[in-house]
Design a protein around this ligand. Structure first.
Ligand code: KG4
Ligand code: ZN
Length: 337
């Protein structure tokens, strides 16, 4: 039995959550910074300043909503990377100081491992063994999860991450940042077959992805006919683009299941909130008889509940950090090759 406070400040969400036994979320506070909107992307220096301003009230609120006090906690978990270094440092420093003042361990959490634990929050009784697709703004990875802390990398993007492609396509068509949710919404009324955007041709046996070609194809289509971004045509453009992103994700996940002999497929990370992606994975799972574990919507995009859950597993494995634990913008992946 362990009660953990999770802290997440890797990008532009200031988040804190209280989770019992890595499974029961007692509170999950996420403050999304809106200062970046007018710049069309996250401005790192502004992100750090916003974290400094809001981290203490966010933690206080997470404790209050869970009806928990600092002295009730068994450990603190904080994201140590990857992410924006200035942002990571804010959350980690506060977590270090809080852990020290309470005399409890600090558990360092890799952001990608945290995304995996969104699956545990959604499916607390399911064994932690599956093929997982982590799709976020910075990452697109297919991983064989063989148990807690035991992950093998099966495939990854060679250029843009899926979320990055969503954000860039949105920017090209004049949609606000972050573009993923807007593309998702507008594409719903579009025809997925209106445009035949290219799929990257990689070696037949690889489970890697490549999305820079799709992005370029959207740019050329818009240069050739700027009216495609106008009302009436935009939904077709975005639905077709979205299909070119989702198709390879589903196809490689299906092949990954066969390759490692698993029957459970998990999808997590910000892009896992996408409605078409969730539907397409549903179709693939029922056609191939696989069990589908979709991260619950509230734990897809960055949050601290998933950090606390990952921290709980690491805590039980004895992976606590010295109080001088530092952050890293680009730490090694927690997956074996
Ligand atoms: O996991 P996340 O919150 O942050 C990272 O770790 O990167 O993912 C953010 C990414 C952004 O690129 C955002 O546009 C994308 O997830 N995203 C979506 C949707 N919601 C968020 N992409 C497509 N459809 C969505 N509904
Ligand atoms: Zn993330």
């Amino acid at each position: 039995m362990a009660l953990l406070l999770g802290v997440e400040t890797s990008c532009d969400e200031t988040a804190a959550a209280v989770v019992r036994d890595g499974r029961r979320v007692l509170s999950n506070v996420v403050l999304s910074q809106d200062v970046h909107e007018i710049y069309g992307g996250v401005v790192p220096e502004l992100a750090s300043r916003e974290h400094i301003r809001t981290i203490a009230p966010v933690i206080r609120r997470a404790l209050a909503e869970a009806s928990v006090e600092g002295r009730d906690l068994d450990a603190l978990a904080a994201t140590t990377g990857p992410g924006l270094i200035g942002s990571l440092v804010v959350g980690l420093s506060v977590a270090r100081a809080f852990a020290w003042s309470l005399g409890i361990p600090l558990v360092p959490v890799h952001h990608l491992e945290a995304h995996l634990y969104a699956i545990r929050l959604g499916f607390p009784e399911t064994p932690f063994r599956f093929v997982a697709l982590i799709v976020s703004g910075g990452h697109t990875e297919l991983v064989h999860v063989r148990g807690e802390g035991d992950y093998a990398l099966l495939g990854r993007t060679r250029d843009d991450a899926a979320g990055e492609a969503f954000d860039k396509a949105a920017k090209m068509t004049g949609l606000p940042y972050p573009g993923g949710p807007a593309v998702d919404r507008i594409a719903r009324s579009g025809d997925r077959k209106a445009h035949a955007f290219p799929r990257a041709r990689l070696e037949p046996e690889t489970l890697d992805f490549s999305y820079s070609g799709v992005k370029t194809a959207v740019r050329y289509a818009l240069q050739g006919d700027p009216s495609l971004a106008g009302t009436g045509k935009l939904s077709d453009l975005l639905a077709s683009f979205q299909e070119a992103i989702v198709g390879p994700l589903v196809e490689n996940a299906r092949r990954a299941l066969d390759r490692v002999g698993e029957r459970r497929i998990a999808v997590c990370g910000g892009v896992a909130a996408n409605a078409r992606l969730r539907e397409a994975f549903g179709e693939m799972a029922s056609a191939s008889g696989a069990e589908l574990l979709l991260a619950p919507l509230e734990y897809c995009t960055d949050n601290a509940a998933m950090v606390a859950s990952a921290g709980d597993a690491a805590f039980r494995l004895g992976k606590c950090a010295p109080l001088e634990q530092s952050a890293s913008a680009d730490p090694p992946l927690p997956f074996k090759d």
